[in-house]
Design a binder for this molecule. Sequence first.
Ligand SMILES: Nc1nc2c(ncn2[C@@H]2O[C@H](COP(=O)(O)OP(=O)(O)OP(=O)(O)O)[C@@H](O)[C@H]2O)c(=O)[nH]1
Length: 880
Amino acid sequence: MASSLHVNGDRRPSNTRHPTAPPTMMNSHFAPVGENPSREQYEHGIQVIDEDKEFNQHLSTYLSIEKIIPAGFNYHLISVFGSQSTGKSTLLNYLFGTEFGVMSEQERRQTTKGIWMSKNKRVSAVKDANSMADNILVMDVEGTDGRERGEDQDFERKSALFALATSEVLIVNIWEHQVGLYQGANMGLLKTVFEVNLQLFIKDSKTIAKTLLFFVIRDHIGTTPMSNLRNTLLQDLSRIWSTLSKPKGLENSRIEDYFDFAFCALPHKILQPEKFEEEVEKLSHRFREGYNDPKKSGLLDEGSLPVFLPQYHRRIPADGFPVYAEGIWDQIVNNKDLDLPTQQELLAQFRCDEISREVLVAFDETITPLEDKQAEGVRLGQPTVLAGLGPAMNVARSTILKDFETNASRYHKGVYTRKRAELESKVDTRLKALFQKQLSAANKAGVEQFSSAVSAAVKSGQKKGNNYDFAHIVDSEKAKALAKFEEDAQAVLVQGASWSTYQADLTLYKKDLEEVSARLRKDEMRRLATRVERWVRSRLGESVGLEFNKLGTGRGGSGAPEHGDRPATEKDLWDRIWAVFTETVESAEGRFTDRARSFDASPDEVEVGLWRLRRKSWGVLRAKIDEEVMEGNILLKLRENFEDKFRYDESGVPRIWRPTDDIEGLYTKARESTVTIIPLLARFKLAATSAPPPLDAWIGSAPASTSSADEEDLAPIGGVDEDEGKSLEEEMTVLNDTKMQDLLVRFKKTADGVYVEAKRSAIGGMTQVPLYFYGLLLALGWNEIVAVLRNPLYFVFLILIGVGAYVTYTLNLWGPMARMTNAASNQALEIGKEKLREFLANTETGRQAVAMSGRGESIGMERLDRQGKKKVESEDEDEI
Ligand SMILES: Nc1nc2c(ncn2[C@@H]2O[C@H](COP(=O)(O)OP(=O)(O)OP(=O)(O)O)[C@@H](O)[C@H]2O)c(=O)[nH]1
């Protein structure tokens, strides 16, 4: 194995910049890393710091390739120190299977330049919890006392500081014969190490870790026992420690406070190669496995003690190591005071930010599409309730925080806590926006759903004959809406987020539902009002119509009987209409109030509803009155009224006019009586007061809670809205003067017609055949009657005609016979005409005659047509 690690100087590749080149061949520059850096490129490890003190930016690439980055704290770092060409690289190659460049035996010149790093390549034999093999990093530090650097100890000091700040174990490689010497035993270097360590402690005496100084004594011949060597070294170390000028506060500190010591001796590699390999193998095992079984341990020192104790660990997470190392080196190389806690804090900030960005990528992948969807919904004015939002938010939040914690919690606690809070707040701001938008979408959707569900239920109730309980519908739909909202809200609750509560939103939702309920209730009130108005209209239509119809009987006038049920008088027509109106509306009010209360309408709403009902009802009444007093209608009523008075006597028996009757007197009386109705009809007033009814007072003033929308569809009423409406006087005027005059004239004409008819019928009675005329007819025709009766032939003929007529009558054949006769006569007439045409066609005069007869025929036809039309018209009139 040893021979394979030795690189023959002659066979070494020439000077190259490739990172895999052996250190001897490397110049001060770093080798570029290819597009896809591979393990092979780093077979000799990586030159972390070159001889020109430049830090290698590819350290993190190397650690990634070696899979150290995700190891967290589960890695170890060992550095080796010692004089130049004392077999340090050889030792590391044996111990860890690394391939650091080794000087050939023939040359004695520096091979390791700067600081190299490589991962342990020897696989642990025992894979158990104590196995350290996988993640051991070793640093091969440029040898001290090299002739190449001469008196310049700057690099030596800087590399010592760097190794001390990063490594848990410092292997001090010395030859046995160097023990006891000052320079050869690296006592100068150790003094440097102690000094820089003290420097670090001044800054932070609490958190700085202890370091294990592992002395490996090479070429141990065995004449001097190991214990002597150890004691000598310890004495030397104590002496160096005592000579150090310690900073204030640390004057009494002991070397053991900062360092642990381990010692190990290896036989001569050239003289005792087998023994050397045997011992070095044991030492390797001790490093790789963390400890050695004391029984099996054949090492020359207390080889069973573990090498990597937790207190040695620098507590730099592996993923932050490259940044930390670079920061440390930057400080060292620029001769700044190395303040490890500050460096750790800076590292923590840097890494925490980086980790935040990394974990946010996965978070964004889940959350951004959801945010986009929501934004799209809002943009289109249709915010949508996103399905699966709650679980997505919960998973995204817990994942990001967990990932952050896993990676970042290893860093400086204070920084980590602060950065975690920052990340949490960043994440929560976005989640909260999602949460809020989801709730407001749920609110909107819920309110719409509630509104349409109530409307649908009301509609279906209306279809079933208005058989529904509005309050019940609203209550049950509201309960459903609230349950749905709570369910939606519960589904988006984010575990562990203090802002994730929906009580305020629920309250807002309840308020919104209340508002919608109030609006729906208002609509329902309107519908109720419309229904009640319709009811009022139909009731008023009937009862007011009846009252007006009573006018037509006319027996309430001058000819009214004094006994029995006194018929409605014309004088108190308006009183009765007012009474019927108020009664109807009051009963409608009762219905309205009962129903409105049933769906929780407030007293104010009921009051407004009733006020609207009264106003609208008046409009209905007014329209009905206008309809009744329309020209045709009222004229008919007046005519009926007049005819009633004129054609019937006081007992209600129809009059049969005789020429002797005082038709004129009765006509005048009846007409005058009816004419007095016209001014009565012209104005709505009560008989008792002769004044219009107290409409204003009855309607009452608008309640305080009346909105402009409530008044929108109301026709202005006189006295109530003076600006727009008619005055009360105008409102009560049913017929204006012109109309009255016109009606009077028309009525008189109608009455005149009735009078003329009556007069004609009285005269018509005189045109009847008097009885004596029949006596005269018998006396004058006596002889002919006797002649017929005496002559048997005539008598038999008479009997036959009588029998024939009887049979025809009993068989109901008179009609067909009449039609037959008619048809036969028509036929005969046609034939006659034809014959006449034929006859006349033969002569000139005849043709003229034909032409004339044709005209005559068409004239006759026209006449016939006219008669036919007249007949149809008269039939239509009968139907109406
Ligand atoms: N006598 C003796 N020689 C050794 C031993 N180990 C290595 N060597 C030889 O010492 C020489 C230097 O070995 P390196 O391993 O290159 O020494 P180094 O300390 O790494 O040298 P630099 O890196 O230049 O400081 C080589 O020729 C080795 O063969 C040993 O245990 N005993």
